[in-house]
Every structure is written in structure tokens, then in C-alpha cells.
Design a protein around this ligand. Structure first.
Ligand code: ACM
Ligand code: ZN
Length: 774
């Protein structure tokens, strides 16, 4: 009930800190949402005369961190005293009845009381206070004439999960230290307590290791093939210049780790093994299997066959090397956990390698998966011997045995493999790719920069509930928490990382911190707006994709139904169909639109008369097949006659795909006999994703959907089919004025991608966007 009153109040009033008089409680919007908020009356104002009192040195460090932030943006430095002080206005009091990280914050016009049982609790109370202050607190220059007031409120709070993480992949894109630290500071405000730092991969080795200098002299640098997206990039040739990259010196790492510690963030380094190791092997090729012949370079893209080049499991020198590396890593990172990777290890060379095979025999290992199990176990035991615990990706469950105590990170699909580990009593973390991978599109794809796979919107992340109804009760107690994973294959500058991380990180924070029953999408968005103001004050350009419109156009009885959706319920959609730009005065979209002829629809979201998202321009084309039924069982065949052409993004929900690609067939019913002159089929090639055109397209016609006669065939050579690039082609055929009601198309798939392709040996797919008959 209280929550409902609060929601109504928040809807009626402006943002926190802007309330009119001292008698009206100010609405409080905090992300992640606290356990309990009781708004009070009036405000407390921080001034130069404000005194903070703390009980010990740990608390003093936390108070100093906050005072430092405050001084930078206000020019005011509140005083700090140790021990009980009658004169203090902001008091820390230890209350051992609180759980770790929990806190109570009581703000009245006279003073601020903070209670917690540990430094983390005090720290998070101050982060909440930070969100209650004006957003100018995040600025780098002192702001004049600002009243630094905090609304009176009582907040009681504690997290749902102890592990609340962001993974940053600094290997695919080297993220400068300053940007990593700025992201950490933004994590802090969201009470995210773990940075999983992916430091090594095929595409770059990013941490200085004194004993093996070539890891960064060679492994941190790759060829400049940036003219094309990651998944099209060709492998390097010997002698090619390698200007792209960078690495963190050990001093840089120390600086980042200290910065994190001040913010209660544990930085967990990941040294990926046995795969994703081309950068290390480019530096020290002696650590791969002798079966690997030829040049190993740092891969600028997917790598094709080269991604199968991994550490040899038969050579003891490999283990010595990795132990030496981990010695230096562990000396730099005081984290409880060390991440040993273990993902996506292809076993092509291990199968051919006499040393790997000999190891399998000697250790009585049934197969190469168990050889990886041996590899991970041996390295894990080394790390555990040093007093640390190990995390690994969910492929560790492919082996018949798991390293003792290993924590598994569930990532494939919805992370189900982690449950295999839970079944054996292992703790686990959820970062399912289909929801928590920030590399995926965060909004309607027509507006987004190129990346791959489907959508993980702000709302998809927000709605994620890791604990599933069909779980055994013990799984829940083994779940440590959740993580958003920022893979950087498509990032070319630090701003690209910011764009993909923010604001989705706030949704992750709420999943990780707030109890599911206390989540409320509309309240979250209000709190997100408060947080986003702070990102702006820090100079971060966050994504506004949450304001963009997703369209769905569906044929229905000879007309098209147009659905327009925005994930923010606090906006209106206005549209035009006469080619003019939409404004707040254009017709309001209230329900599905019906379109019966060629049109260009334009629409955008608006709030308080202001345009919030980008304008969606939707050209609806019309031909004999438009809005007519496709008769197959594949529901996405509706896309073939919906009048909308797909974009260069094959996953934009305008491309029809099939689960089996060797032969594909579909029929359109034109609803009456028509004169047919041309047939055109829209087809996308996206070679980086093994999407190619068919080898043949056969077109047949019929009057009764029973007896078909052939109209023509298109044939393509293997060279034509497997052309590289990302482009759309219209495959056209003359029909010569024949008459028919039904048109049937049969396409033969391209088969397996050949040697030399960026995805050799992978079954190629075919995707069509539109069937156009005139
Ligand atoms: C992963 O995405 N390879 C963990
Ligand atoms: Zn080997």
C-alpha cells in the first residue's frame, strides 16, 4: 500500500530535489530500488559547516571518498571528525544487527544518520545520498550558487545477491584506463560490486607480465583491418604492421585496482585458457601444439580456422608459463576470485597432437573434453593453492569432472549449463548471452550501430529473473548473482563501450540488488532518468534507444496491420502518413494502424511536447504479393509479404529465416488469378555470420495450389553464393505475363562455408525479406 502511495506521489511531482515547499515530501527515485523508502518533510543542506563523524579509519576512508567527490563539484569541504561528536550533522553508527552491505539512512532537515554493520553498508548509504543530491555533484568543476540539499527521507536497504557484476572485455577493444575507471565510478552509484576484467583473448593481450614481455610487445598489437566490421576481418599476414592495440602496465593495473577498492569493487581478472589465446601464442608460439603449422598472429576478427589454435595440453611448459603469468596476475589483483576462462575451446589440434593424445592416455582421459577438464583442474588447483578461488565459463561442465570448488558462469543461451554444475553442488553466476550480453542490440535495430545477434533491450535485462520456477530449491542457494557482460568486438572507440553499457547497466543493477517483488518498470524509469542525468554530468553519452520505436507489420486479409511499440510507457507515439515529419501535434498512435496501399509512415515518441527518440521512417511498398497470405508453416514467412524491406541487419525482424537451410519452400496465395510479369526475391548476404544466397531459386505457379508449373530458375555459382560482405541483392526473374493465383518458391541452400571463408565448415543460412510480384 505504502508503495502505491509513493508511486502516485512520484507520478504527480517533479524529480527528486525539486520539490516546492518544506511540507510536501519530495519524491525519491533511487536505482537500484531500495527495500523501503519513507519520504520525510523538508531538506538537509550540506555546507562548509557540515561535520561528518565516523567511528574508525575504515569509515573515515569512505567518508573521505564522498567528501572528495563533493569538494570537486561544490568547492565546499565538509569537516570529518573521528569519534562521537555532538556537533556533527552526518553520523556513522555501527549496528552489528545489520547484514553485510545493508544500511539505514535517515535524513532530516537537522541531520543525517547512517547505520550499517560494515564498511560496505556505510559506503552504499553514501552512494544513495549521492543519488539524492543534485546531479551537479558529478561535475568536475565547482558549481557556484548551488544549494546542496537532500530531501528528508528514511531508507532501509540491502542487496538481493552478493555478486553484482559487469564484465568488460578489454581484449577485443583496448579500453583506456581512464574510461575503465569512469565506468567503475558509474558502477559504484548502482551498487555493483564486481568488475570481471576480460584481459586476454585471440585479439589482444592487455596486461604487462614482466617475465614474458612479448605478451604485450607482440600480443597487445594487431593489424589494422578496421575498415570492415569485426566478423569480416581477414587474418594477418607475416610482416604486416600491427598498429592497433594497447595494454595496461602493472602500474596501471595497480591504479585501477586501488580505484576499485575505494569504491568497494572487486576486480576479478580473467586469463582465458586453453582457447581464446591467439594473442599469447602469437608472442610465444612454442606453447601451442606441434600440429599447428604456419604463422600465428594476433587475430583482428573471428579468425576462422585460427581460432582453433589454442594452448597445447600435452606440454608441461604451457602449465609453467600459465602459472608464472598467474603469479604476476595474483600479485596485482587481491581478488578472492581468479577467472580462468575455459570457453569455446575447439579441439581440432588437440585431436591431431601426439603430445595431447599422450597426455590423455597417461591420465586415463576418455576424450578431448576431459583433456580440457584436466587442463582446467590443473590450473585451478594451482590458483587454489595460492588461496584464491576460481571462476570459469560454463563449458567447464562439458568435461565429466569439474575442478574442485569452481564457480561456473552460465552464459550459453539462457545459461542452463551452469545448472549442471549446481547439480554437483557448485556455486554459479548467471550471465545468459540471450539477455545479459551487452554486445547485442539494445533497441530497434534500424537505429543501432552494427553489432551481431539479436536484441537485449533495457527492458529485456530489467525483466530478467534468474531464479526459474522449475529450479530445485538448492540451486537458488548456490546462485551467487548476476552479471552483464560487455564484449567489445564492435567497439572502435571508448564512447562505443559507454553507449552499450549505459543505461542497460542500471537494469542489471536492479536485477542484482532489488527483490523481484519490489521491481516496478515505471518507477525504475523515473529513477533511471535521475541516474542518467548523472551520466551526462560525468560526460558520458548514454544510449537513448529506449525511446525508439519498434515496428511490426503483418499481412492480414489483404491489408497490412502496423504495430508501433516503445519500451517506455511514459511517452506518446505520434505519426504521419503524408511524408511530413511527425510532431507532438501529429495524430496520436493509439492502436494498430491498417494500411491498404503504398505509404510512407513516419513516427516518433514524444513527452511533454518534446521529441524523445529518433524518427522512424517506414516505407511500405505495395505489389501483387503484398498483404497476401504465405501458406507455409513457418510463421516468419509473413515477413515475405509485409511490404517492408529489411535493413543490412539480418536480425532486424524483417528477414525470414528457416531452421533447415538445405532446401526451403514457400507459397504465396495472391487470392485471385493475376497477370504476373516479374518475380523478385530480396536476399541478404552477411558473410561474417555465414548468411549467403541460395544456389538455386525455382519459381512455379498454380491455379489450385495443387498442380504447379515451372516459370523459371535462377542458378548461382559457388563463387557468387559465397561472395564476401554485407549487402542486399534482389534476385529477379521474368514471368512473361503468365496468369496464376499461387506462386511457389523453392530455394536450395548454399551448404557449408568453404575453406578461406571467415566461418569455414559452418552450415550457411539463407534469409529473404520480401517476395515482390508485379
Ligand atoms: C563467451 O561468450 N565466449 C563466454
Ligand atoms: Zn598438443
Amino acid at each position: 500500500m505504502k508503495k502505491n502511495i509513493l508511486i502516485i506521489l512520484m507520478a504527480l511531482l517533479p524529480l527528486a530535489g525539486m520539490c516546492a515547499d518544506d511540507l510536501t515530501p519530495t519524491p525519491i527515485s533511487i536505482v537500484p530500488s531500495p527495500v523501503r523508502i519513507v519520504p520525510g518533510n523538508g531538506n538537509f543542506t550540506i555546507s562548509a559547516g557540515t561535520v561528518f563523524s565516523v567511528e574508525n579509519q575504515e569509515q573515515a576512508a569512505i567518508a573521505r571518498n564522498f567528501i572528495g567527490l563533493f569538494t570537486k563539484s561544490s568547492g565546499i569541504t565538509p569537516q570529518l571528525t573521528m569519534g562521537k561528536s555532538e556537533k556533527s550533522q552526518l553520523r556513522f553508527t555501527t549496528d552489528s544487527s545489520f547484514k553485510s552491505e545493508a544500511y539505514l539512512l535517515e535524513v532530516t532537515p537537522e541531520d543525517i544518520q547512517v547505520k550499517a554493520s560494515d564498511t560496505k553498508g556505510f559506503f552504499y548509504a553514501l552512494q544513495t545520498l549521492r543519488l539524492l543530491l543534485p546531479a551537479a555533484i558529478e561535475g568536475n568543476q565547482p558549481v557556484k550558487d548551488m544549494v546542496w540539499s537532500i530531501p528528508a527521507v528514511t531508507i532501509q536497504d540491502e542487496p538481493r545477491f552478493p555478486y553484482r557484476a559487469l564484465m568488460l572485455d578489454a581484449a577485443r577493444f583496448f579500453i583506456p584506463k581512464e574510461n575503465v575507471m569512469r565506468i567503475m565510478d558509474c558502477m559504484t552509484m548502482l551498487k555493483i560490486n564486481t568488475l570481471h576484467f576480460h584481459l586476454t583473448d585471440d585479439n589482444g593481450w592487455r596486461i604487462e607480465i614482466k617475465k614474458y614481455p612479448r605478451l604485450t610487445e607482440v600480443g597487445a598489437w594487431r593489424v589494422n583491418h578496421m575498415d570492415v566490421p569485426f566478423y569480416f576481418r581477414r587474418n594477418p599476414q607475416p610482416g604486416e604492421p600491427t598498429p592497433i592495440g594497447g595494454f595496461y602496465t602493472q602500474e596501471d593495473i595497480k591504479e585501477m585496482v586501488a580505484y576499485a577498492a575505494e569504491r568497494q569493487i572487486e576486480v576479478i581478472p580473467e586469463i582465458d585458457m586453453p582457447a581464446h589465446s591467439n594473442a599469447a601464442l602469437a608472442a610465444y608460439p612454442e606453447f601451442t601444439c606441434p600440429a599447428v603449422k604456419g604463422y600465428i598472429g594476433v587475430i583482428p576478427g573471428l579468425g576462422g580456422g585460427n581460432s582453433g589454435v589454442i594452448y597445447c595440453a600435452g606440454k608441461d611448459s604451457v602449465f609453467t608459463f600459465l602459472q608464472d603469468v598467474l603469479d604476476e596476475v595474483m600479485a596485482l589483483f587481491p581478488s578472492r576470485y581468479i577467472h580462468l576462462g575455459g570457453d569455446e575451446a575447439q579441439k581440432v589440434y588437440w585431436k591431431k597432437c601426439p603430445l595431447c593424445q599422450e597426455r590423455m592416455k597417461k591420465e586415463h582421459l576418455a576424450n578431448e573434453e576431459d583433456l580440457q577438464g584436466y587442463f582446467m583442474k590443473r590450473m585451478s588447483e594451482y590458483v587454489r593453492g595460492k588461496g584464491r578461488e576460481v571462476i570459469g565459463w560454463d563449458e567447464l561442465t562439458n568435461s565429466s569432472f569439474l575442478p574442485e570448488g569452481v564457480v561456473i558462469q552460465g552464459w550459453r543461451g539462457l545459461g542452463a549449463a551452469a545448472l549442471k554444475a549446481a547439480e554437483k553442488g557448485h556455486r554459479f553466476i548467471m550471465t545468459p548471452a540471450r539477455i545479459m550480453y551487452l554486445i547485442r542490440y539494445q533497441g530497434p535495430q534500424w537505429f543501432e550501430p552494427q553489432t551481431y545477434f539479436g536484441n537485449n533491450t533495457l527492458k529485456d535485462i530489467y525483466d530478467y529473473e534468474p531464479v526459474q520456477a522449475d529450479w530445485k530449491p538448492e540451486y537458488e542457494s548456490l546462485l551467487m548473482g548476476v552479471q552483464a557482460s560487455m564484449w567489445t568486438e564492435f567497439c572502435n572507440k571508448p564512447e562505443d563501450v559507454d553507449y552499450l553499457v549505459f543505461p542497460r547497466l542500471a537494469a542489471l543493477a536492479e536485477v542484482a540488488w532489488t527483490q523481484p517483488g519490489a521491481k516496478d518498470w515505471a518507477s525504475f524509469l523515473r529513477a533511471l532518468d535521475v541516474y542518467d542525468e548523472r551520466l551526462t554530468a560525468k560526460g558520458i553519452v548514454y544510449s537513448r534507444s529506449m525511446y525508439n520505436i519498434q515496428h511490426t507489420v503483418t499481412p492480414e486479409d489483404g491489408v497490412l496491420k502496423v504495430k508501433l511499440e516503445c519500451i517506455r510507457p511514459d511517452v506518446e507515439i505520434h505519426y504521419t502518413v503524408d511524408g511530413r515529419e511527425p510532431t507532438a501535434a501529429s495524430p496520436l498512435y493509439e492502436k494498430e494502424l491498417t494500411v491498404e496501399e503504398e505509404r510512407t509512415l513516419k513516427c516518433a515518441t514524444f513527452a511533454q511536447g518534446r521529441q524523445m527518440g529518433k524518427t522512424l521512417t517506414l516505407p511500405i511498398q505495395w505489389n501483387l504479393a503484398t498483404a497476401k497470405p504465405a501458406l507455409g508453416s513457418n510463421p516468419s514467412e509473413k515477413l515475405l509479404t509485409n511490404g517492408i524491406r529489411g535493413s543490412l541487419k539480418y536480425s532486424d525482424f524483417e528477414w525470414c529465416s528457416w531452421t533447415k537451410n538445405d532446401s526451403v519452400s514457400f507459397t504465396v496465395d495472391l487470392l485471385k488469378k493475376e497477370v504476373l510479369n516479374t518475380f523478385t526475391l530480396g536476399c541478404i548476404t552477411s558473410s561474417g555470420m555465414a548468411i549467403h544466397k541460395p544456389v538455386t531459386v525455382n519459381v512455379e505457379i498454380s491455379d489450385d495450389n495443387c498442380n504447379f508449373r515451372k516459370v523459371g530458375t535462377l542458378n548461382f555459382t559457388s563463387q557468387e553464393v559465397f561472395r564476401e560482405g554485407n549487402f542486399i541483392e534482389d534476385l529477379a526473374l521474368e514471368m512473361g505475363g503468365v496468369q496464376a493465383r499461387y506462386v511457389r518458391v523453392a530455394a536450395k541452400g548454399p551448404g557449408v562455408c568453404p575453406e578461406g571463408h571467415v566461418r569455414p565448415g559452418q552450415e550457411a543460412r539463407i534469409l529473404f525479406d520480401e517476395m515482390m510480384i508485379e
